[in-house]
Ligand binder design. Structure first.
Ligand SMILES: *[C@@H]1O[C@H](CO)[C@@H](O)[C@H](O)[C@H]1NC(C)=O
Ligand SMILES: *[C@@H]1O[C@H](CO)[C@@H](O)[C@H](O)[C@H]1NC(C)=O
Ligand SMILES: *[C@@H]1O[C@H](CO)[C@@H](O)[C@H](O)[C@H]1NC(C)=O
Ligand SMILES: *[C@@H]1O[C@H](CO)[C@@H](O)[C@H](O)[C@H]1NC(C)=O
Ligand SMILES: *[C@@H]1O[C@H](CO)[C@@H](O)[C@H](O)[C@H]1NC(C)=O
Length: 279
């Protein structure tokens, strides 16, 4: 509650009285069983590989593991008074090929978002989902989402492996946002006003602004071999209008079973991280 109050306070100056757009019809199937969308478990520190670099992170990242996702997260501490109000980054859509022998579609999704950590009760995110059928072309799709409302695919933008996609996510208030998607070679593709989904009549989900993240998700097992995703120009802004970098980021590795980790994460610099597929 405290955070929400702060959020409203910090943003009051930029909020207009009128809604951003006509509210969309809200889905009816929002149950609490979706509450722990992205559960994580904290691991020992020290398993992280930090790449040698002239500009190394100043803090030792905490390492968490998840069954579904992997990447880097910036999170505020309850005693810190700021919250995150925007996040951005770029990545190249990886070229992916079918590699398994299980005859199921493989998949991976690349996301940049606000409030996916620790459990993503309500989060605002945008990214690219990749579906790799055993035979036939790989499907790459851009989408935006204010979870728990389902993904809204921007199917009017065809994307391909090798495209450089830049994403900027702004929480204008705790219940309204703007997502800007650019294609490096084409310029701005879309500027999408977002509105928090309804929770109950008269009450919406809202963002707490407690984390921002750059991740790859295994949204529908088995995971596709995405080789590696490099997020660059990664940064976020706080309710104090400060820009924050990856220097304080923690990492999440993807570990569906006790014995194996499917990903490796490195914080390469204050503005770049890499998520590698390990198979
Ligand atoms: C991004 O730019 C590339 C190169 O110009 C183009 O092939 C691709 O279709 C563009 N993607 C979108 C979504 O506009
Ligand atoms: C929300 O933020 C975006 C990006 O900064 C801005 O373009 C837009 O005008 C803002 N909307 C409102 C209602 O403040
Ligand atoms: C996460 O993975 C678990 C176990 O593999 C699966 O049961 C669950 O549905 C997945 N959740 C999401 C949000 O993908
Ligand atoms: C974005 O990243 C590229 C590649 O790392 C770098 O050359 C460029 O200076 C960055 N731009 C900004 C605005 O940080
Ligand atoms: C994933 O794909 C890349 C590029 O095709 C390949 O070099 C790598 O060996 C693959 N990784 C695994 C674990 O299969």
């Amino acid at each position: 509650m405290k955070l929400n109050t702060l959020f409203a306070f910090a943003l009051a100056a930029t909020v207009s009285a009128a809604p951003l757009h006509e509210p969309r019809e809200q889905p009816h199937n929002q149950k609490n069983d979706q509450y722990e969308y992205r559960p994580v478990t904290k691991l020992d520190e020290g398993t992280l590989q930090v790449t040698d670099n002239d500009d190394p992170p100043k803090h030792t990242p905490h390492v968490y593991e998840s069954k579904n996702w992997s990447g880097a997260v910036l999170k505020n501490q309850p005693e810190e008074r700021y919250i995150y109000t925007s996040v951005r980054g770029r990545f190249t859509v990886p070229s992916v090929q079918y590699h398994g022998s299980h005859h199921k579609d493989e998949s991976a999704a690349i996301w940049i978002g606000i409030d996916g950590f620790p459990d993503g009760t309500s989060m605002l995110q945008a990214g690219v989902s990749i579906t790799v059928p055993e035979k036939g072309p790989v499907k790459y799709e851009i989408g935006v989402e204010w979870y728990p409302e389902p993904l809204q695919k921007l199917s009017y933008f065809p994307i391909h492996a090798g495209d450089v996609i830049s994403i900027d996510i702004v929480a204008n208030t705790s219940t309204t946002g703007t997502i800007i998607v650019d294609n490096e070679s084409r310029g701005e593709l879309a500027r999408i006003p977002m509105q928090a989904p309804a929770k109950e009549p008269g009450e919406n989900y809202w963002l707490m602004g407690q984390s921002v993240e750059w991740i790859v998700e295994d949204f529908q097992h088995p995971l596709a071999n995405f080789s590696e995703v490099v997020f660059y120009n990664a940064s976020a802004e706080t309710s104090f209008y400060e820009t924050v970098t990856l220097s304080e980021a923690d990492v999440i590795i993807l570990k569906p079973r006790q014995s194996e980790s499917l990903s490796q994460v490195s914080i390469d610099s204050d503005s770049q991280l890499t998520v590698r597929y390990r198979g």
